[in-house]
Design a binder for this molecule. Sequence first.
Ligand code: 13P
Length: 252
Amino acid sequence: MASEGPRPLVAGNWKMNGGVAMLKEPRLLAAMLKDVKLKAEVMVCPPAVILRRVKSVLKGSKIKLGGQDCHAAASGAHTGDISAEMLKEAGCTAVIVGHSERRTNHQETDETVLNKAKAAQRAGLTAIICIGETLEERKGGKTLDVVASQLKGSLPPGSTAANTVIAYEPVWAIGTGLTPTTAEVAEVHSLIRKELEGLMAGEGKGVRILYGGSVKPANAAELMSQPNVNGALVGGASLKASDFLGIIKVYA
Ligand code: 13P
């Protein structure tokens, strides 16, 4: 049983995977979900260059489209970057910001992430803001402090439950096959909920808090059943329609 709360979201982050050859997977997923009554919202976040192709494959389906990152500005001299407005125009309803791979590989700070989240909200997108501790931080007993501080630093003032999703992704659980225990997940998600209620007042209880990091069909039900877990942000297992479906079906 999935936990009570806001309507869950299961989002697939393809990362830098999936060219035209992968279009068959969302096509298959859309077909498989056609007659499934879902309690969750489902989204795929492919690389920007194939957003429009994926959008057309998903036409008429319930599956939504998201971006993986955006620039803080609406337009301008930013070679290689993409604005939130462009993602909106391409058919996205959300964008991931502050993924740990961006924080690490592109030296993104909480302030960078806050500005990107603000841009997403400005463009009418939901900002999926990622936070999570490293293994060293967890071993040092700093998890709750790190997560609370990233949340506070990355959440734009005035955010609402409608335009904000938080994804808790422990860095050491991403792509490793390792996951925190369900008690550890519940502990962090409950802290995030408490912090959100402090930072966003009444809006805080409606914000979806996703868990991400090695979510698979085999562990999804247990992870998603924890209190304050309102869905998943899935990497590797979102690349194959059958695996992703196995996770989504927790909410069928
Ligand atoms: P994996 O599911 O491959 O561990 O990736 C998680 C992730 O980083 C989603 O954003």
